[in-house]
Ligand binder design. Structure first.
Ligand SMILES: [Zn+2]
Length: 119
């Protein structure tokens, strides 16, 4: 199923295979930067994360000690949250951590967004 936002692009939800591929990059600095960004933006955080599921503890542990320090249960929670909230570019279906927030906000990766501006 595809979602549509006000910018009009159908953006790509993450699938199980996408998130499994991404898992190797959970230790990357750019992934950590993204998690810091979402956890420091209160309105974004409140809109996307259910306070009942203790994900904030997992995200805090992730930021402080890294993905490898999480328990298997926490890793599963982290993966599930990322799968639910990350999106791929609506045009080229690519994803990278430094563009993660940009895609959420614009529906396109920064490269496709620029290409669109030039058309
Ligand atoms: Zn793109």
């Amino acid at each position: 199923m595809e979602n549509h936002t006000t910018h009009g692009y159908a953006f790509g939800p993450m699938h199980e295979a996408d998130i499994s591929e991404l898992e190797i990059s959970f230790g990357a600095e750019a992934c950590k930067d993204f998690v810091i960004e979402i956890t420091s933006d209160r309105s974004w955080y409140d809109a996307y994360f259910d306070p009942q599921n203790h994900i904030s503890e997992v995200l805090d542990a992730f930021i402080t000690n890294g993905y490898d320090s999480l328990s298997d249960e926490q890793k599963a929670m982290f993966k599930k949250e990322m799968k639910e909230h990350l999106l791929k570019c609506g045009w080229c279906e690519s994803f990278n951590w430094s563009d993660a927030m940009f895609i959420i906000e614009n529906g396109l990766c920064s490269y496709c967004y620029q290409k669109r501006e030039m058309e």
